[in-house]
Design a protein. Structure first.
Length: 246
C-alpha cells in the first residue's frame, strides 16, 4: 500500500482532498494533506516544500506525491529532499529548472500585460525553446479575478455538484504568495523519479493542449486524460482515486 501525500493548489487548502481521501483509504492506502502558507505574500517555493516535507513520514518508502495545479511547482522540490516513489502532476504546472513559470509563458502576453506584471524579459535565446509550445493557460482564465466567487465557479467548480461547489467556495483561501508564477525555480534538473501527469479535458485553467505537450516534453510520459474541469478531486473523487491507484 502507498502513502499518498496530497498537495493543494492556489486558493485551496488541505480541505480540498476531503472527498478523495476516503476512496484512497478504503483501498488500504495512507494519506496526508497540509495547508501551504499561501496567505503569506513572502512565502517561497522552498518554504512550501518544507511544509510538505514536515508532513511526510520518515520511514515509509512508498510515497506518492500528488500536486494539484500550482503544486506542480512544489512537488519536485520535495522529491529533491525526501525519497518518494512517484510524482503525480494533477492538472498541474510543470516547472523548468532555473526558469520561472512567467518566463515560460511570457511570449503569450502582450507588452502592456508584461509591464503590468513588472516583468523584465530575459534574453531571447534563454526562452526561445518555449515559443513553439501551446498556450499554458486556457484563454478563458487569463486576466480573471480569482477572488471573485463567480470566477471560481466558472473556472474551478463548474462541474461540481451544487453542495460541493458551495462548500468549496466557503473554504476558499486568499492566495497572496505568487512564488509559483514569479520565482525562478531553484532546481538544476527535475528529480529522477517516476512521474504521472493527469489532465482534465474540460480544464478552464491549464490548457489541455499544453498539458499533453509538456507531459511528454518535460516528464517523458503521455498524459492520462480524465473528463471534467480543473478540480477532479472535488468533482470526480472516485474516478480520480482509481486513476491514482492504477
Amino acid at each position: 500500500m502507498s502513502f499518498f501525500c496530497l498537495v493543494h493548489g492556489a486558493f485551496q487548502g488541505a480541505w480540498c482532498w476531503d472527498l478523495l481521501i476516503p476512496y484512497l483509504e478504503a483501498q488500504g492506502h495512507k494519506t496526508v494533506a497540509m495547508d501551504l502558507p499561501i496567505e503569506d505574500a513572502s512565502a517561497s517555493l522552498s518554504q512550501f516544500a518544507d511544509v510538505v516535507i514536515q508532513a511526510l513520514p520518515k520511514t515509509d518508502d512508498d510515497i506518492v506525491l500528488v500536486g494539484h495545479s500550482m503544486a506542480g511547482t512544489v512537488i519536485p522540490l520535495v522529491a529533491e529532499a525526501h525519497k518518494v516513489r512517484q510524482l503525480v502532476f494533477l492538472a498541474a504546472l510543470i516547472p523548468y529548472p532555473r526558469i520561472s513559470m512567467l518566463d515560460q509563458f511570457s511570449h503569450n502576453l502582450d507588452a502592456d500585460s508584461l509591464k503590468s506584471l513588472n516583468y523584465e524579459p530575459k534574453k531571447l535565446n534563454q526562452l526561445k525553446q518555449f515559443h513553439d509550445e501551446p498556450d499554458m493557460f486556457n484563454p478563458v482564465s487569463v486576466g480573471k479575478d480569482f477572488s471573485d466567487e463567480a470566477v471560481l465557479i466558472e473556472l474551478f467548480y463548474h462541474d461540481c455538484q451544487p453542495d460541493v461547489m458551495r462548500w468549496a467556495l466557503s473554504k476558499s483561501r486568499s492566495q497572496q504568495s505568487m512564488a509559483y508564477i514569479y520565482e525562478v525555480n531553484p532546481l538544476k534538473s527535475l528529480p529522477n523519479v517516476e512521474c504521472k501527469y493527469i489532465l482534465c479535458t474540460d480544464d478552464r485553467i491549464i490548457s489541455p493542449a499544453w498539458s499533453r505537450y509538456a507531459a511528454r516534453k518535460r516528464l517523458g510520459v503521455d498524459a492520462i486524460e480524465m473528463p471534467g474541469g480543473h478540480c477532479p478531486h472535488l468533482s470526480r473523487p472516485a474516478q480520480l482515486a482509481s486513476v491514482l491507484t492504477n
